[in-house]
Every structure is written in structure tokens, then in C-alpha cells.
Design a protein around this ligand. Structure first.
Ligand SMILES: O=C(O)CCC(=O)N[C@@H](CCC(=O)O)C(=O)O
Ligand SMILES: [Zn+2]
Length: 331
């Protein structure tokens, strides 16, 4: 296979479903699902996913740029690798999703909407992870990097979203995220239906949703904005020294979630509000019937505000910055 992205977008089964070159063997497992195994044993198993949302194309282009030299045998492979293009149907249509947001359906939540296309795909992706991690040696390190872009512009162009994790985050993983040029890390404090939460909770993988810029159609992305992430991924995949950390990411925690329940939901933020915009205590953020969402802490930052989500889903997160919170507690 020469071009995994074009193959996936074509919607066709490849003529050859497996192959090998000087460095690795590869196997096409299903639409958008490809495993690559180096000939030399490795201590790391990596899941690299993109295109979970079909309109988030920059990470898909980055992933394919990194993958193509591997498939051509031009680069060695330093990890056991599972590459996933999450939602091929949505990628073809250029839409976030076809019928339902797939990144709310992992961990078996797909069973609650079992008749939609994304429910079948979420199950297929869960199975792919199960097979991949199942064949994992106990000594192998498990990482999952799920590459996205945000709908809105952001005060931090590149940032990571960390699922709730009962274990301490591995130091080498945190170091890699800093090397990748992430300006901020957002830590969830409750479970969710995201892909990274699934791999962290069910397979003890160190996982992160990487948000790389703003969603644009294929061919319109300025990939130079993501050169640190590209270099960090290249070092991980091909082996070799990691680049230097340019700046440590700021740390934010989720303070509260704004949820839309139905037609009466009103979000008191305009379309121009950027991710990580700060709001002072007492600001009315959203309302629906008798429910009102206010800023509770001295200052909270909004992330992913979106009044157009399906009923029952997250319409925004409010964050606190970790060192600001520590300062407030010690005053
Ligand atoms: O910009 C937006 O509103 C959404 C961007 C996006 O798809 N973000 C992920 C974050 C997943 C997480 O919380 O780890 C999502 O909403 O699925
Ligand atoms: Zn996304």
C-alpha cells in the first residue's frame, strides 16, 4: 500500500491487504485500520488515531505524511504501531460526524444509539484496540495519541486533553507532550465517552487527545504550525533523539461541564469567543429552563463552547488553571 489516506478515502478494499519491506510488515485490517510491526522487537506499542471527526483534517494529513515513508520502507519503525483513521465516512463528507459524535460513544456507550453508523464504527475501533493491546507483551509500554483540531480558534493553538486517569501519568509521556509543542494540557476530572478515555481506562494506556489548530478542509491547512508535533511524532515512530522542549505546557483542570439538554438551551457566548477565554466569577454562561451555569471560581476559562450539540451532550467545559488555583488556596 502506497497511500493509506487515499486508500481510505476511496472506500475500496486494497488489492493487497498485507506486505512487508526491509523494516516492517504491515496489515490492512479494515477500512482506516492498519497495523505495522517492526522486524526488530520493540518495547513500545503505540496507537495513533486521527479523523475521529471528519472535518478535522490537519492531523490526518500529518499522520499520512509520517506513515508514507514507513510503508515505502524509507524509514525504520521504532514502535509496534496501530494507525486508525477514525471515521472514514465522515472524512469523505468533510463533516464532524454523519449521525452522532463518535467521540462520545466509546466504552460501550455506542449501545445506547446502536442504529447509527458511528455506533458500528465505535465498536469496530474498540475491537481493533482490544486485538492490538491483547497481543501486547506485558513489558510493552502502551501509548495512544488521538489527533484532533478544535472547531474554534484558541488562545493556545496546540493543546492536549488528558482523560481521567487513576494512575500517575508516566514522566516520559508528559515529556513527549511538552516536546510536541503543546502550550497547554487540560485534565478531565470525570469519565467520558472519548477514545482516549477508553484506552486509558480499559487498557491502562497513557493517552491524550491532541488538539492541533482549527478545523479546515483538506488542502487548506498550514502544517508549519505543527512542526514541533510532527518532529516529536517522527522521533517516536522512526526512533532517534527527541527534540528539546521549547516551553512547558500550562496545566488546566476541568471545573465544570455545561450540558445541553434540549431546544431551550442558550449559550451566552458569541461565535467569536475563543477557546481559553477567561470569565470572572459570577458570569452567566448558559441557561436552559431553570438551570443556569455561572462561573464559580475566581476565574474560569471556556473550552469547546458549542450550543449545537445533540441533547445530553457537552456544550462546553469550564477550566481553572492549576497554579492560579493553588495560589487562591494558599492566600
Ligand atoms: O472544538 C470543539 O468544540 C471540539 C474539538 C474536539 O473534537 N475535541 C475533542 C476533545 C475530546 C476530549 O475531551 O478528550 C472532542 O470534543 O471530542
Ligand atoms: Zn475532534
Amino acid at each position: 500500500m502506497q497511500d493509506f489516506l487515499q486508500q481510505t478515502l476511496s472506500g475500496r478494499v486494497p488489492l493487497e491487504r498485507q506486505g512487508q519491506n526491509a523494516h516492517l510488515s504491515w496489515q490492512w485490517l479494515d477500512e482506516g485500520i492498519l497495523s505495522l510491526t517492526p522486524h526488530t522487537p520493540t518495547s513500545q506499542a503505540l496507537v495513533l488515531s486521527a479523523g475521529i471527526h471528519g472535518n478535522e483534517t490537519a492531523p490526518v494529513e500529518i499522520l499520512n505524511l509520517l506513515l508514507t515513508p514507513l510503508l515505502r520502507g524509507e524509514k525504520p519503525l521504532a514502535v509496534r504501531l496501530l494507525v486508525l483513521l477514525g471515521n472514514p465516512q465522515a472524512l469523505r463528507s468533510g463533516k464532524r460526524y454523519q449521525q452522532y459524535d463518535i467521540n462520545r460513544l466509546f466504552g460501550g456507550r455506542w449501545q445506547q444509539v446502536s442504529d447509527v453508523a458511528e455506533a458500528r464504527r465505535a465498536l469496530r475501533l474498540e475491537q481493533a484496540l482490544e486485538t492490538f493491546w491483547h497481543t501486547c507483551l506485558t513489558t510493552e509500554t502502551r501509548w495512544h495519541l488521538d489527533l484532533h483540531t478544535a472547531i474554534r480558534g484558541s488562545y493556545h493553538t496546540r493543546f492536549g486533553v488528558m482523560p481521567l486517569n487513576q494512575r500517575p501519568w508516566p514522566q516520559d509521556f508528559m515529556h513527549w507532550l511538552a516536546v510536541a509543542g503543546l502550550e497547554a494540557l487540560v485534565f478531565h476530572r470525570s469519565p467520558g465517552g472519548t477514545f482516549t478515555h477508553f484506552s486509558c481506562e480499559h487498557y491502562a494506556a497513557a493517552s491524550c487527545t491532541l488538539e492541533l489548530g482549527k478545523a479546515l478542509p483538506f488542502g487548506e491547512n498550514d502544517l508549519t504550525q505543527f512542526s514541533a508535533a510532527y518532529q516529536a511524532l517522527a522521533a517516536l515512530l522512526y526512533g532517534g533523539a527527541l527534540p528539546e522542549v521549547q516551553a512547558q505546557p500550562r496545566h488546566y483542570q476541568v471545573a465544570q461541564q455545561i450540558t445541553r439538554h434540549g431546544e431551550d438551551f442558550v449559550l451566552h457566548m458569541g461565535a467569536e469567543t475563543l477557546n481559553f477565554t477567561a470569565f470572572p466569577q459570577g458570569t452567566l454562561l448558559a441557561e436552559e429552563g431553570d438551570t443556569r451555569y455561572y462561573v464559580q471560581q475566581a476565574r474560569e476559562y471556556v473550552l469547546f463552547p458549542n450550543p449545537n450539540v445533540a441533547a445530553g451532550l457537552r456544550a462546553g467545559l469550564m477550566l481553572v488553571e492549576e497554579n492560579e488555583q493553588t495560589q487562591a488556596l494558599t492566600l
